[in-house]
Design a protein. Structure first.
Length: 345
């Protein structure tokens, strides 16, 4: 059930052109900023958006792009679930098999088995309005699986849930996806959803793939500002000198790797130390910066720095008070070379 797709959609102000390869049993997450083309890609796979002439979708050696949406062996979980409000949970799940010509009794038996698998056997007679957000999500997943799809598509499947429910349903969804032997493509804005649910990430920006790989690899070595923000790193592109330094504009950053040529440099905001005056000993990575903004960030405070490089620094509220930090103040920033990592651009 391997999926091979070249998704090409041409519009007056936007072109999507990406290639997807998804193996049987693999979960691939599409990530990207708003307008990158993630939802367009998912709709193209589902047959809800037409491909341009160069595009193709091949699943287990069979072309799908020539088939109408209802003829494709696809199950889809929409962001708002789109359950039929007048049908019970059981009949919502049985709807797909019935549309495929399955007898009513057999369709309802299949639906009951799937509701039991997702832990909702006791809610089979409930209407969607009687279900919690997490229960509705599980019914939507069961409905998608009821048609015995070879390709499962999930569009922001956890976006409609509150934070507490999302935590619980995320782990349950991971188990259900692990048990699905077809190919799965997931669209999400949430990096944690992607890291937990997906085996591989594909990052799309402006209709093109800019990075892909295992979640840990993408998080460790981001290649665009969007990915760096997503995983919480400061990221710069510069030129490595072969001796452990990377020139970024006018600033030479010393790193723990020795590279030559074009390189990325990354370090976490928590690695940035701030000083009101030039520190003794002059750390190797030291620059003068201006505070551009200060905001809460979890239990800490994120300081926006402007200077030879723009950067984020995460410090404690107590440190903000001790340093008397305010927007516009001049400050010294430093990062240890051991916490500054370089990799080929």
């Amino acid at each position: 059930m391997n999926l091979h797709a070249r998704l090409v959609v041409n519009r007056p102000a936007f072109t999507l052109d990406i290639t997807l390869e998804v193996a049987s049993g693999e979960v691939v997450a599409l990530l990207g900023p708003n307008g990158a083309g993630k939802t367009t890609a998912l709709r193209a796979l589902a047959g809800l958006t037409a491909l341009s002439q160069e595009g193709e979708i091949v699943l287990a050696g069979r072309p799908l792009h020539t088939l109408a949406a209802e003829q494709r062996p696809i199950g889809m979980v929409f962001q708002d679930y789109l359950l039929f409000p007048h049908l019970s949970a059981l009949d919502n799940v049985a709807f797909g098999p019935r549309c495929q010509g399955v007898a009513k009794a057999e369709a309802r038996r299949t639906a009951a088995e799937l509701l039991e698998r997702v832990g909702l056997a006791e809610r089979a007679s409930a209407k969607p309005r009687q279900l919690s957000g997490g229960q509705a999500q599980r019914v939507a997943l069961a409905r998608a699986l009821a048609v015995r799809p070879e390709l499962l598509l999930l569009d922001e499947p956890l976006a409609a849930l509150d934070a507490h429910t999302r935590l619980e349903i995320r782990s349950q969804l991971r188990r259900h996806l692990a048990a699905f032997d077809g190919a799965t493509v997931l669209v999400t804005h949430d990096p944690l959803d992607a890291m937990v649910l997906a085996d591989r990430l594909i990052v799309i920006e402006n209709g093109a793939v800019v990075q892909q790989g295992a979640p840990a690899d993408v998080a460790r070595r981001p290649r665009t500002d969007y990915v760096a923000r997503l995983v919480g790193l400061n990221l710069y592109r510069g030129v490595a000198d072969g001796a452990g330094g990377v020139k970024v504009g006018e600033l030479l950053l010393h790193t723990s790797e020795r590279l030559d040529g074009a390189a990325f440099v990354a370090f976490p905001p928590a690695a940035v130390a701030l000083y009101r005056s030039r520190p003794d000993g002059s750390p190797r990575n030291l620059w003068r910066a201006t505070i551009d903004g200060i905001e809460r960030h979890g239990d800490n405070v994120r300081v926006h720095l402007d200077g030879p490089v723009t950067a984020f620094a995460d410090i404690t509220p107590a440190a903000v008070a001790d340093l008397d930090l305010t927007p516009g103040r001049q400050i010294w920033a430093s990062v240890k070379a051991a916490e500054t990592h370089a990799y080929p651009a």
